[in-house]
Ligand binder design. Structure first.
Ligand code: 147
Length: 622
């Protein structure tokens, strides 16, 4: 019963490959790090941890991501915390730090063909030769990254596919060439260099300089607003939105994601889009809270939320693979006449084909950046007309999502009745804020996990004697904002394992890091390589790049302790008073501002150098 009156609208879209294909599709990804964005995921209990990982990586289930990008920890603050380096010093090397190794292993377990991409934000001081420029000695930096790649292979059997330069900072042509050389010399010819995780501006150098061009495999820009430059397109290199999204993951965030997944290709010939971040597993009050594809920020309760971006990703990832090709603009790719867009991707080997359509309205798809110029989307009818060899398509499976902003529940990634292709064409009635996939691939509706546990507040009392962790790992729930904190074994009587600040030197920065509770902790400062003092903080309201100035402003117990002695120190905060305790004796009381009343508790060191912490207790102030 298809009527032909829709043809009167003239809203016809040809789908055709007789003139060849467009660009190769390189996959949709998520970014863990930049920084510490997956911190709280590691200590989720089973089965919730497995469930969350399945929603991200398991093929044909949830987001089914095709790329996992991770931060290569560099011991410095990189947005929501610091991530540990595999080489704090030139003489130090370890591959059991942090959580990015674990995450890559879990992703590969679920999807062996997921691509891995590493990028540094910060570098240990020695890599940058004590400067703030990591390219001061190109060979040293390239070999530092080589170690990370070799460590991935040796300890986890992980093959790294893509390597970046320095997140959103300047690049250095000589360094990129040296890096390419070092990779090639060491058997990593297959690793592709993505440059330079910033803007399209690098394209000019790529176009001008043949030698440099050979060292750059992919041009990666951030938050391109679905556009790429003419020069970038002229390089003929794959163009990636190697960091995008960073939008609060409510339904407007979902709208943003659905729109850019399509329009990055439609407007910018961009063949890969990577979400910052993969999963919001950091405290929501830290910078950019909940800017992930889904949220898992309560390891103590097991509560997590599978937000709409997960299902909107599925519309592409379940029905494509890396290596498929987009069809040409005007022959399966373009804007819809009444707003929205469509892309067609095809597998040149199997002949499978998928069309993804989105009709996200302006106010329901605004991303954090850049500015989105106004446009209109109206309900419309669209007819896709298959041409030449594609007239052999006789039936298409249909998947649909609709974001509703009227309080009623969304429909997310629902398998509808399949449609017959009659006389080579298919007509779809499209409403506003919808995503459709029309595909030749037949899949079952995936069955989701039962509801996770309900949200619970972080409860006091909270204690940690740090005995339960493996050496070199990070203590759960504490998110280092400056410095690097690792569990170490001591011979100290009654202390055993401690949480140690282990950074000895200032690093090469990405940014200049600068409730009523009773927090108590034991501290010990050794005689060699010691920090100059320690501090405790409460009601700390910001983390990230503003952390240090905030902690210092919010008042700190600045004490210079004797070396080689364990002290028990405490900070008691109630109303407008803060009291300091030393070996259980109150030593001073100061007046503090009445606001803020809530925030993080913090403990730290006054300068880079060693300090051991043990037996933390955080209680409600009596
Ligand atoms: C990006 C960083 O690369 C990420 O680590 C994370 O901090 C993310 C949060 O949105 O932002 O850096 C940017 C910061 C500011 C802009 C662009 C990227 N900006 O203002 O255009």
């Amino acid at each position: 019963g298809y009527k032909c009156n829709v043809f009167a609208d003239g809203l016809l879209y040809n789908v055709d490959i007789s003139e060849g294909f467009g660009r190769r599709f390189d996959g949709i990804g998520g970014l863990s790090g930049g920084g510490a964005t997956s911190k709280l995921l590691l200590n989720y209990a089973e089965p919730y941890k497995t469930q969350v990982l399945d929603y991200l990586f398991k093929p044909n289930f949830g987001a089914s991501l095709q790329i996992l990008k991770v931060e290569i920890g560099g011991d410095g603050q990189s947005t929501d915390g610091t991530e540990s380096s595999h080489m704090h010093e030139p003489w130090d090397e370890a591959y059991n730090r942090g959580y990015e190794w674990w995450l890559m292993v879990e992703a590969k377990k679920r999807n062996p063909s997921i691509k891995l991409y590493g990028l540094p934000w910060t570098f240990p001081g020695w890599v940058a030769m004590g400067t703030q420029n990591p390219f001061t000695n190109a060979t040293v930096t390239a070999h530092y990254l080589l170690k990370w790649i070799q460590g991935a292979k040796k300890y986890y059997n992980l093959d790294i596919d893509f390597l970046g330069i320095w997140n959103e900072r300047h690049y250095d042509k000589h360094y990129i060439e040296v890096l390419r050389d070092v990779l090639d010399q060491n058997g990593f010819q297959q690793i592709q260099v993505v440059a330079a995780d910033n803007s399209w501006f690098i394209s000019g150098d790529v176009l001008k300089d043949q030698t440099f061009s050979k060292a750059v495999n992919v041009i990666g820009a951030h938050y391109p607003g679905t556009k790429s430059s003419k020069v970038a397109q002229l390089t003929k290199k794959p163009l990636w939105s190697s960091e995008d999204y960073s939008t609060f993951n409510d339904d407007v965030g979902g709208g943003c994601w659905a729109r850019i997944l399509n329009q990055n290709y439609v407007n910018g010939y961009i063949t890969s889009t990577i979400s910052w971040n993969l999963i919001a597993s950091y405290y929501q009050d830290l910078p950019y809270g909940r800017d992930g594809l889904m949220t898992a920020q309560e390891p103590w309760s097991g509560h997590y939320v599978v937000e709409s971006p997960i299902f909107l990703t599925a519309h592409t990832t379940h029905f494509t693979d890396i290596g498929w090709f987009y069809l040409k603009h005007g022959a399966g790719v373009g804007h819809l006449d009444r707003g929205g867009s469509y892309v067609t991707l095809a597998d040149r080997h199997s002949g499978h084909l998928s069309i993804i359509i989105e009709t996200m309205s302006h106010n329901h798809s605004v991303c954090i950046r850049p500015l989105l110029p106004p446009y209109e989307v109206k309900p419309q009818t669209a007819t896709f007309v298959f041409q030449s060899i594609l007239t052999n398509v006789t039936q298409l499976y249909v998947w649909r999502s609709k974001l509703r902003f009227d309080g009623s529940p969304n429909e997310l990634f629902i398998k509808e009745r399949s449609v017959k292709v009659v006389h080579g064409s298919v007509t779809m009635k499209l409403d506003v804020d919808e995503v459709y996939t029309l595909t030749t691939i037949d899949r079952e509706q995936p069955k989701m996990y039962p509801k996770p546990p309900v949200s619970q507040p972080f409860n006091l009392p909270y204690t940690d004697d740090f005995e339960g962790y493996p050496v070199n790992s990070e203590a759960f729930n504490f998110v280092p904002q400056v410095g690097v904190w690792e569990i170490r074994q001591t011979g100290a009587k009654g202390h055993g394992k401690v949480n140690r600040q282990i950074m000895l030197h200032e690093g090469c920065y990405w940014c200049n890091a600068g409730s009523d509770v009773f927090i108590m902790i034991d501290v010990y400062i050794p005689s060699v390589n010691a920090t100059s003092g320690i501090f405790l903080g409460a009601r700390v309201t910001t983390g990230g790049c503003d952390y240090f100035s905030n902690v210092t402003a919010s008042g700190r117990l600045k004490v210079t302790l004797k070396h080689n002695i364990w002290y028990s120190i405490g900070l008691y905060v109630k109303d407008d008073k803060a009291s300091w305790y030393f070996d259980d004796e109150k030593v001073s009381e100061v007046k503090i501002p009445p606001k803020p009343r809530h925030g993080f508790v913090a403990y730290g060191a006054l300068s880079y150098g060693l300090a051991d912490y043990d037996n933390l207790r955080v209680l409600e102030s009596p």
